[in-house]
Write a protein that binds this ligand. Structure first.
Ligand code: ADP
Length: 355
């Protein structure tokens, strides 16, 4: 373990304040100072501090802005706020600070405790980020190593199937075709696994999204499935929400694709609509007239690889709803399924409305 003293950067334009903070810190750290935001940004690049103490008011920028600019480096940061400045503290934490201390309550214990908590959080976040990166690398490498040979196999089997016409007996030709379909299914599964791992990345950008437009993009991508099933999808008025565009399209696409797939004798009739629960929250629903889901299975279908209806009837890998749940959770909501009054299912999820 690295036992060398931790490097601290104290950012404050007021020399008296800076000196008193440094005095409180004692001798356990290597301390550097910056008088403004620009100096702090430069020092954090050249000196690579383990922790930055940021005053909320700086001559050239807001302390919260400085925190936001330093956040991508995942350095531990503690905000020093004015008395009664909870708003600044909240904004600083949202921007990437790991803790805060009010300046008029500053003492050695409080300051050192906040720095220790910031170190802990920064260490955990780094470890989490490394694990997430390792998982993504693992999926990328394995999927590439599996996907390329499988694509070649599908291509060869395609050729064999064509050449075999009239040469191989019927049953052997069926074996070839079945092998090609299975390999195709594996490629599909790899793509879904990649999709599942990719969704809900921590660096995804949240913004105001027109949910109706997102639903229409999803419907457009499912054009073939709609035609093949003679289905119809009605997208009603949907408001703007706060979210990640590509993830929300994927979420609606998975739900509508299932509604098209799990239909009974009647062609699928699907309705996408929303109800406002409050000014802040919305419940979005995808209703179908399909085969429905037994009460006993309504929770477990959201787990990865869980399928209720068998391979023989409906193709699939059991990842679509797990991906939906991951996306909804990343958006701070929850997802569930209810039986539709006229048969079929209604999948519902909550999401924050755009301000
Ligand atoms: P997949 O569709 O690939 O099987 P999902 O994770 O999307 O995987 O769905 C899991 C299971 O939930 C499905 O296998 C099916 O049994 C059930 N299911 C999902 N959507 C519906 C629906 N609209 N109607 C009936 N059953 C559904």
């Amino acid at each position: 373990m690295d036992e060398s003293p931790k490097r601290l950067l104290v950012v404050d334009d007021d020399m008296v304040d800076r000196t008193s903070v440094i005095r409180l810190l004692g001798s356990r750290y290597t301390i550097n100072e910056a008088k403004n935001g620009a100096e702090a940004i430069e020092a954090s690049q050249t000196l690579r501090p383990d922790c930055v103490l940021v005053d909320y008011r700086l001559p050239d920028m807001d302390g919260v802005d400085l925190v936001r600019q330093l956040a991508p480096s995942r350095v531990a940061m503690v905000m020093l706020t004015g008395g009664g400045d909870e708003r600044v503290a909240v904004d600083a934490m949202k921007a990437g600070a790991y803790d805060y201390v009010t300046k008029n309550q500053l003492d050695a214990d409080r300051l050192n405790a906040a720095i220790a908590r910031a170190f802990d959080r920064s260490r955990l976040e780094r470890r989490l980020e490394e694990t997430r990166q390792e998982l993504e690398d693992f999926v990328a490498i394995t999927s590439h190593d599996l996907r390329s040979p499988l694509t070649t196999i599908v291509g060869y089997l395609q050729i064999v199937s064509q050449v075999a016409e009239g040469v191989l007996p019927e049953q052997e030709r069926q074996f070839v075709d079945r092998s090609r379909d299975l390999a195709d299914g594996l490629i599909d599964m790899i793509d879904q696994l990649i999709q599942h791992t990719k969704t809900g990345r921590s660096n995804a950008r949240f913004e105001a999204i027109d949910l109706r437009e997102a639903a229409q993009i999803a419907v457009e991508r499912l054009r073939d499935a709609i035609e093949n099933s003679q289905g119809a999808v009605k997208v009603e008025d949907l408001p703007a929400v706060n979210g990640v565009q590509e993830d929300l399209v994927q979420l609606l696409q998975n739900l509508i694709a299932n509604a098209l797939k799990f239909h009974g004798d009647a062609p699928p009739r699907i309705r996408v609509f929303a109800d406002s629960v409050s000014d802040q929250e919305l419940v979005v629903s995808v209703e179908d007239n399909g085969i429905g889901i037994d009460a006993a299975h309504r929770e477990e279908i959201f787990a990865p690889l869980k399928r209720v209806h068998g391979d023989a009837e409906f193709e699939g890998h059991g990842l679509g709803l797990a991906t939906c749940r991951k996306i909804v959770q990343q958006h701070g909501g929850r997802i569930w399924v209810e039986p539709a009054p006229a048969g079929g299912s209604i999948f519902r999820f909550t999401i924050a409305q755009s301000e």
